[in-house]
Design a protein. Structure first.
Length: 182
């Protein structure tokens, strides 16, 4: 192989490698499925929902670990799950959805606006979009990851939210069921 051909082959190889290093893309669809609209006020059905994490018990566990000499990372604690994922403790949701975004009010002044696709909010990396007929919100920060899946049931009168959280070594999942307010 001639020297010129070698240089061309190397240049082509580098070009292909650089193309593969482009910006990350969302693993979720940005197209709202036909007929799926989460807009409305949703009231928690406590009988069909998991209880939120016991923050007092989590705080006691962290204190006990510190007394035993174990290092506890507050960033990686389920203690903050309700703060970082307010849907697990909300009594009601108010949702506004359009073709490109969604706004969710959790009560007590907590609100989140998301566009479909990848975004950064404070230190969180978020991927929001659609997987079949479910809204999926994937959130990642240093020691914590969470996935929220919102799905309509019962002809659009029930909203089921499944939340899976990994905070440090802890893993928890919650299922919250909301009924549409009339």
């Amino acid at each position: 192989m001639s020297r010129a051909t070698s240089y061309v082959a190397i240049a082509i190889g580098i070009a292909f490698a650089l193309l593969g290093c482009g910006p990350a893309s969302s693993s979720l669809s940005a197209v709202v499925p036909f007929g799926i609209d989460l807009t409305g006020m949703w009231v928690l059905d406590e009988a069909r929902s998991d209880a939120p994490p016991d923050q007092e018990a989590a705080l006691q566990r962290i204190k006990a670990e510190e007394i035993e000499g174990k290092q506890s990372s507050n960033l990686g604690s389920i203690l903050y799950a309700a703060q970082d994922f307010p849907v697990i403790s909300s009594q009601r949701l108010v949702i506004e959805q359009d073709a490109t975004s969604i706004g969710i009010s959790y009560g007590d002044g907590q609100h989140r606006d998301l566009i479909w696709g990848l975004q950064t909010r404070a230190e969180w990396k978020i991927d929001a979009g659609w997987e079949q007929n479910r809204l999926v919100v994937k959130s990642v920060v240093s020691h914590t990851t969470g996935t929220e899946k919102y799905q309509l049931q019962a002809g659009g009168e029930t909203l089921v939210v499944e939340i899976a959280i990994r905070a440090g070594p802890d893993r928890r999942s919650f299922r919250r069921t909301f009924d549409k307010a009339r």
